[in-house]
Design a protein around this ligand. Structure first.
Ligand code: FES
Ligand SMILES: [Fe+2]
Length: 441
């Protein structure tokens, strides 16, 4: 439970809101690379309530500009993207990817306007299937680093994406909530003996336990937590451990299956809307899953479930996500909606545009969520008071070294080292533990 002011501090990201200011100090995954073709249609992107337009010029360079033309505010999303620039349809002003005005046909040749009219633009980089941007003060721009899901050039990355009408924090809390997976997703994550793996249509996990014990380890980039369940076999000597790694403020590495690793990326579009991405990624030693198969598995296929701009077109609140009560009654589907993300979306959106955390009843299985809130509220306070940015402190662990984990292990094995790279084990050994167990706030 949070007080009303704490909830506002956690959730609001627009304008001068402190959380938005903190998020702007990180590189932001603004749009998927595949959404921008050279000289292709410009794409509207909204970040922290700010309306922008992304495009890729004739040379393949990406740009992210203010959506409104600086001349008289017409939308550049209707513009012509040609010959290395985006041209406003109204009077023809043309901008390069850095926001420089490179043509101004409606003004006299000798006009000094082009120099004065430089348009709002944010720097961009490309990595891991995304175009990234930085929207904070330029003097504080952090070095760009590859994200956790792009450790190698050859890593195969499949991204499912959807725009959702709710606040970022309740979506992120869904990533840090292992307990729900045993109930909401019980038709898609089925208990079975053996290894946790993908069976094509569904995943299996070696546990029937719906009541995980949660243990949290704070890190200087966010946190890791373990959800510890009784395994189906060897329950007296072994634990089934699922570890989630939260990389503040946008990523959660959730427990992998054998075939691929999983990451969720949540980017605030406004106070009350977000871009949600579900990423399956695989290195050479894993089978992986291609983008088409992944989007089918997630029921987030472009042209079927979402439109070209990744907005829902099939299942949404107005049609109750096409929940099928016959399938619920006959045991085929516990939630009555196919696709793990759709099941989550139904829950996240039903909490309201910004969940009211002043009226909750939290339990022991919510410990990681309580810690996530504390960590992000602390991060905002430290940022406001000392200017320090979470994740941008020494010692820095390269993001490509971060991992989640799942597996059945002997009870004597300390979970903190599971899935952690040698670099991380060393770094974390020097950071004070702040573990909580058995008590929810
Ligand atoms: S409004 Fe864009 S050129 Fe005039
Ligand atoms: Fe979920």
């Amino acid at each position: 439970m949070l007080s009303a002011p704490e909830n506002e501090l956690l959730c609001r990201v627009e304008g001068e809101a402190p959380m938005g200011r903190l998020m702007r100090r990180h590189w932001v995954p603004a749009i998927m690379s595949e959404q921008l073709a050279p000289d292709g249609a410009p794409v509207r992107v909204q970040l922290f309530g700010e309306k922008l337009v992304a495009f890729r010029d004739s040379n393949g360079k990406t740009g992210l500009l203010g959506e409104s033309c600086p001349h008289r505010k017409a939308s550049l999303a209707f513009g012509r993207n040609e010959e290395c620039g985006l041209r406003c349809l109204y009077h023809g002003w043309k901008f390069d990817t850095d926001g420089n005005v490179v043509d101004m046909p409606s003004e006299p040749k000798a006009s000094a306007l082009p120099e004065k009219a430089k348009h709002l633009s944010y720097p961009t980089r490309e990595s891991g299937g995304f175009v990234w941007t930085y929207m904070g003060p330029l003097e504080a721009i952090p070095e760009f680093e590859a994200p956790p899901w792009a450790p190698h050039d050859a890593t195969r990355i499949s991204i499912a994406k959807i725009e959702l009408p709710c606040n970022w924090a309740q979506i992120m809390e869904g990533q840090i909530d292992s307990a729900h997976s045993s109930t909401l997703h019980s038709s898609d994550m089925r208990p079975a003996k053996g290894e946790a793996t993908s069976k094509g249509e569904y995943w299996v996990r070696p546990s029937t336990d719906k009541n995980p014990r949660i243990q949290v380890q704070l890190t200087n980039y966010g946190m890791r937590y373990a959800a510890i369940r009784r395994p189906i076999t060897n329950a007296s000597t072994h634990d089934y451990v699922r570890i989630t790694t939260f990389v503040a403020p946008f990523f959660a590495l959730i427990a992998p299956v054998n075939s691929y690793n999983l990451t969720t990326v949540i980017v605030p579009r406004s106070d009350s809307s977000s871009y949600f991405h579900f990423i399956a990624w695989a290195d050479a030693d894993q089978p992986g899953i291609d983008t088409d198969a992944w989007r089918k598995f997630c029921y987030l296929v472009v042209g079927v479930d979402v439109d070209d701009h990744f907005r829902p077109i099939k299942r949404h609140a107005h049609n109750n996500y096409l929940q099928d009560r016959a399938l619920m009654a006959d045991g085929t589907s516990f939630p009555g909606v196919p696709g793990i993300p759709n099941q989550d979306i139904m829950m996240w959106e039903s909490m309201g545009p910004i969940a009211d955390r002043t009226q909750e009843r939290l339990g022991a299985s919510d410990i990681a969520i309580v810690q996530f809130r504390r960590s992000m509220l602390d991060a905002v306070r430290v940022f406001q008071e000392e200017g320090r940015v979470i994740g941008q402190v020494e010692p820095h662990i390269p993001q490509v070294k971060l991992r989640s984990y799942q597996g059945v292990v002997e009870k004597s094995v300390p979970w903190r080292t599971l899935g952690a790279s040698d670099e991380e084990v060393q770094v974390l050994a020097g950071i004070e533990d702040d573990e909580m167990e058995g008590a929810a706030a």
